[in-house]
Design a protein around this ligand. Structure first.
Ligand code: NAI
Ligand code: MG
Length: 353
């Protein structure tokens, strides 16, 4: 029996609705497989926890989490009660940084049964590998003087190690997919860091003769996400470029409620964290209508990470079929509840396999 110990943090708002049903789906997967078991330990760390304890997680929270095989997180944030920068930095970003989750990966594909805002979407299926620890999102720089003389300087930080790490991950991923990596650059406009990015890309690709490559400036690449998303397989991007591209990726699928993400620790020292792209959606929390697909697809990414990719593929196929057959929450044009959609996915999994 293969056993995975999972730390579960439902968090706030609809995180508390979509996480429990996703665990039921994971248990159904384990049941079908027969030789697989997930042990969940749930942590109540959230804005409610903050109100009671004055912090988002206990002092030894990071240490506690370090013993798990993976972290399955819903969403954090209840801006009416705790300011977003406090809740986010006190939990989510703390985990990402402490556990050196240096890559963020986000897939986007043409999803059966969903209406993409693209008029004639072709069958696209891409994944963005975003550098998650440095780049444009650095604290290096500062502001001096006041009034009309004020100056702000913001430095981007690109290390050889960090850049190479993201690129190698993209190439390895491409070998398991359709064998193509696209680099998101801007070396025509950004004088130092992007020519460096190109150099590291050209160096890395020498080691992967089976992988085809292309390189586009980020502005053109962003436009191609809208006009020709089907030409992409794996895209590797810096922190800022990846952030922007992945939002477009979510948008062309049709709803933020279905988009998944994974924060990956690459040195094997700490657990990785799996969380959907969406937040806690306070506007719909409590109505039982949150779309569970983002969280369930996130569970699929966790299965992939545990090298159970075949199970992950089965799961996503069933989710697409269920959506295509009209079992949908209101955000994607349906009338079903969170629980009804998840239950249909569970019973379909049981019937199909
Ligand atoms: P949001 O993603 O929570 O909501 C944006 C819109 O999308 C809302 O209209 C919401 O109803 C809808 N939506 C989101 N997920 C949905 C789902 N599964 N099913 C159906 N509709 C869905 O973003 P927003 O409103 O900007 O942020 C709310 C809170 O969540 C804030 O405190 C924010 O900081 C936090 N947040 C947390 C994230 C995380 O934990 N990773 C990511 C994004 C936001
Ligand atoms: Mg973003």
């Amino acid at each position: 029996m293969k056993t995975y110990d999972i730390a579960v943090i439902p968090g706030d708002g609809i995180g508390k609705e979509v996480v429990p049903v996703s665990l039921k789906v994971l248990d159904t997967i384990a049941e079908i497989h027969g030789g697989l078991k997930f042990n969940y330990t749930e942590f109540p760390w959230s804005c409610d926890y903050y109100l009671e304890h004055g912090k988002m997680m206990p002092e030894d929270g990071i240490q506690t989490l370090s013993n798990f095989n993976g972290i399955f997180l819903g969403a954090i944030g209840n801006p009416n009660v705790v300011a977003d920068h406090i809740s986010l930095w006190g939990l989510l970003i703390k985990i990402r940084r402490s556990f050196e989750q240096s890559i963020n990966i986000r897939p986007a594909k043409y999803f059966k049964g969903l209406r993409s805002p693209l008029v004639n979407p072709n069958d696209f299926d891409l994944i963005v590998v975003r550098e998650n620890s440095e780049g444009e999102y650095s604290e290096v720089g500062g502001r001096i003087h006041k009034g009309e003389d004020e100056i702000a300087i913001q430095n981007a930080v690109f290390t050889k190690k960090g850049t190479e790490r993201a690129m190698k991950y993209a190439f390895e991923l491409a070998l398991q997919r359709r064998g193509h990596v696209t680099s998101a650059t801007k070396s025509n406009g950004i004088f130092h860091s992007m020519p460096f990015w190109d150099d590291v890309f050209n160096e890395t690709k020498q080691k992967y003769s089976d992988v085809q490559t292309s390189s586009y400036h980020i502005d053109a690449l962003a436009a191609f996400f809208v006009t020709r998303p089907e030409i992409f397989d794996v895209i590797v991007a810096s922190n800022l470029f990846g952030d922007i591209l992945t939002d477009i990726g979510g948008a062309i699928m049709g709803s933020i409620g279905i988009a998944p993400a994974a924060n990956i620790n690459l040195n094997g020292k700490y657990p990785s964290m799996f969380e959907p792209v969406h937040g806690s959606a306070p506007d719909i929390y409590g109505q039982g209508i949150a779309n569970p697909i983002g969280q369930i697809w996130t569970a699929k990414m966790m299965l992939d990470h545990f090298r159970e990719a075949e199970l992950g593929k089965k799961l996503l196929d069933v989710v697409e079929d269920v959506t295509n057959d009209g079992f949908k929450t209101p955000d994607i044009g349906g009338k079903m509840s969170t629980i009804e959609v998840a239950d249909e996915i569970c019973s379909r999994l049981q019937k199909t396999y």
